[in-house]
Design a protein around this ligand. Structure first.
Ligand code: ADP
Ligand code: ADP
Length: 225
């Protein structure tokens, strides 16, 4: 059974159609990369999975359940953004633990979980720092830890590494793949960078002009066009 299913998904902003009927199935545990030029609708597709944008037509199901009308926090997804979206006045630990605190998770359980995920992304020595005292790569690790701490089934990445320098970008790709495998999650990663897409993807989704043009493994897409 597919973990994420799109059935005739449309999106209209004001009077402009930007997603024109997407049908696609993503299997549990897959690492999917959505690749395409700026403005083709990648981010909109991801935001509709997360519940940050409404769905104009069609259906999206996660784990067999139609999520069109579900709140973001009910969808079992966690999203990592390009601009980190960290709280500047909170410590690394507070940033990571915030969602748990809001959800009413008790102090000692929160402590243990925050420590666990911080360790998984190599941030255990930085728990008391503020985001402003961290490098770009460390901030992106905080964003990943914050996503992980809620133990989502689905990870959504919206061009998370575009602000990082080339060397760090390569290192972060490897980390993301490792986390994906270790956590056994389903990941959907949006990028306009072909090299990044080929390195990360189990399967590529090639988008253009609000449509899915092709879906396949990197070798299916690039060796047999
Ligand atoms: P991508 O992520 O591939 O760069 P987007 O999903 O961000 O593409 O955008 C797809 C199209 O939708 C673009 O034409 C963009 O201008 C438009 N768009 C995105 N967000 C909005 C919005 N909030 N209101 C109106 N148009 C939008
Ligand atoms: P609050 O009093 O609002 O919970 P705290 O600063 O005491 O704010 O902690 C916020 C979150 O960060 C909690 O989940 C706590 O477990 C975690 N936390 C704070 N400092 C540390 C630390 N040094 N190591 C591990 N977790 C920490």
């Amino acid at each position: 059974m597919s973990e994420i299913a799109f059935r005739g998904v449309h999106k209209r902003y004001n009077k402009t159609d930007v997603i024109h009927g997407v049908d696609m199935d993503i299997a549990a545990g897959e690492f999917i990369v959505i690749l395409g030029p700026s403005g083709c609708g990648k981010s909109t597709l991801l935001r509709m999975i997360a519940g940050l944008e409404g769905i104009t037509g069609g259906e999206i199901a996660i784990g067999g359940r139609v999520v069109n009308t579900l709140e973001p926090r009910e969808r079992g997804c966690a999203m990592v953004f390009q601009n980190y979206a960290l709280y500047p006045h909170m410590s690394v630990a507070q940033n990571i633990g915030y969602a748990l605190r809001v959800a009413g998770v008790g102090r000692s359980e929160r402590d243990a979980k925050v420590r666990d995920v911080a360790k998984a992304v190599g941030l255990d020595a930085f728990l008391d720092r503020k985001p402003g005292e961290l490098s770009g790569g460390q901030r992106q690790r905080v964003a990943m830890a914050r996503a992980m701490v809620r133990e989502p089934k689905v990870f959504l990445f919206d061009e998370p590494f575009s602000n990082l320098d080339a060397k760090l970008r390569v290192a972060m790709r490897a980390e993301v793949r490792n986390l994906h495998r270790r956590l056994g999650v389903t990941s959907v990663f949006v990028t306009h960078d072909q090299t990044e897409a080929m390195t990360l993807a189990d399967r590529l989704v090639i988008m253009n002009g609000g449509r899915v043009e092709q879906i396949g493994t990197p070798s299916e897409v690039y060796d047999h066009p």
